[in-house]
Design a protein around this ligand. Structure first.
Ligand code: 5GP
Ligand code: ZN
Length: 114
């Protein structure tokens, strides 16, 4: 077991109620939601940041992106819109160093982001 929060959630060393799970990823509601829908799409493989991706991860990231769209569809946000975000390193606000895609929806989301 590493000291990684999301690896612990994936291993259920920390309890979690996934909204989706398969052999490659888990999706959970964010503990501190910033919109009515705020889920985290987390690969089961420990990859610290987007800077650590290789071509072997291309399919995984594609599946994560399609999963975000599928969850937005399930929750009725396909047409209204939703936002997907990876924060990378400190200045972008990354706080958990195991990549995860945020998917947010349900309120107007400003642009440019803060
Ligand atoms: P980051 O800041 O790395 O882009 O995003 C990390 C996200 O993980 C934050 O939005 C934060 O609220 C969320 N988070 C941190 N700890 C937990 C936790 O124990 N459970 C869940 N579900 N989300 C968490
Ligand atoms: Zn991890």
């Amino acid at each position: 077991m590493t000291d990684c929060l999301f690896c612990k959630i994936i291993a259920r060393a920390i309890p979690a109620t996934p909204v989706y799970e398969d052999d490659r990823m888990i999706v959970i509601d964010d503990i501190n939601p910033q919109a009515p829908m705020h889920v985290l799409i987390i690969p089961k493989a420990h990859i610290a940041t987007l800077n650590d991706l290789g071509p072997e991860h291309d399919a995984l990231v594609g599946e994560m992106t399609r999963r975000a769209a599928a969850i937005a569809r399930e929750r009725g946000f396909t047409d209204r819109g939703f936002r997907t975000i990876f924060n990378t390193n400190r200045e972008a606000g990354q706080s958990v160093f195991h990549i995860h895609m945020h998917a947010l929806a349900g309120r107007p989301l400003g642009w440019p982001p803060g």
